[in-house]
Ligand binder design. Sequence first.
Ligand SMILES: [Zn+2]
Length: 209
Amino acid sequence: MNDLVPAGWFDDAVALAEAQWGAGRGMSAFIYVTVSTGIGAGMVFDGKLYRGVDGAHPEIGHHVIAASGPLCACGARGCWESLASGPALAEWFRDTYPGALAPGPVDARQICAAAERGDPRARAAVDRLGTYTGLGLANLVTLFVPDVIALGGGVMQSRHLFWERIQDTIRATCRLVPHDRVRLVPAALGSEAPLAGAASAWLHRYGAA
Ligand SMILES: [Zn+2]
């Protein structure tokens, strides 16, 4: 990523678009989470994109869920992304059931398709994914208690396979906040969301000048 394109711009752009025109419309605390080859998020509070010190983009996909978990590309162990992304699903499946489903390396899409057909090994992998996705989301619920969390990204296209597991995990984990008031929804906008969000960011930055 070069200096002209800030880290997390894509997730932030979608978050802004969803906050303005999609799943977070009219909400004061909104979080967009994408689960695909990695996990990223953008947070919009009271219409403003949240950024940290010196404009740093928070790396929600790298908050640690299991200290002795798999080594993550960032160098830490057990990051959310190393447990609940598409590649994490595929890697766990290949390690746990070597050679299953196909002679070559299977990917997340093939595992979800096999879970759909009722394959018990794929089902176990998808249940595990749901638990870890749910744990990360439960942390966001406990930390921010937002009005809405919207979920997007390629893995979420198969969300019907693990949606219930996600909700069970949040219910079991978030004991001190009104988790039942936090709405968990699919992202509402399609592939045009990043472009719309980029336009929104531009307006935020330059529109009032
Ligand atoms: Zn990491």
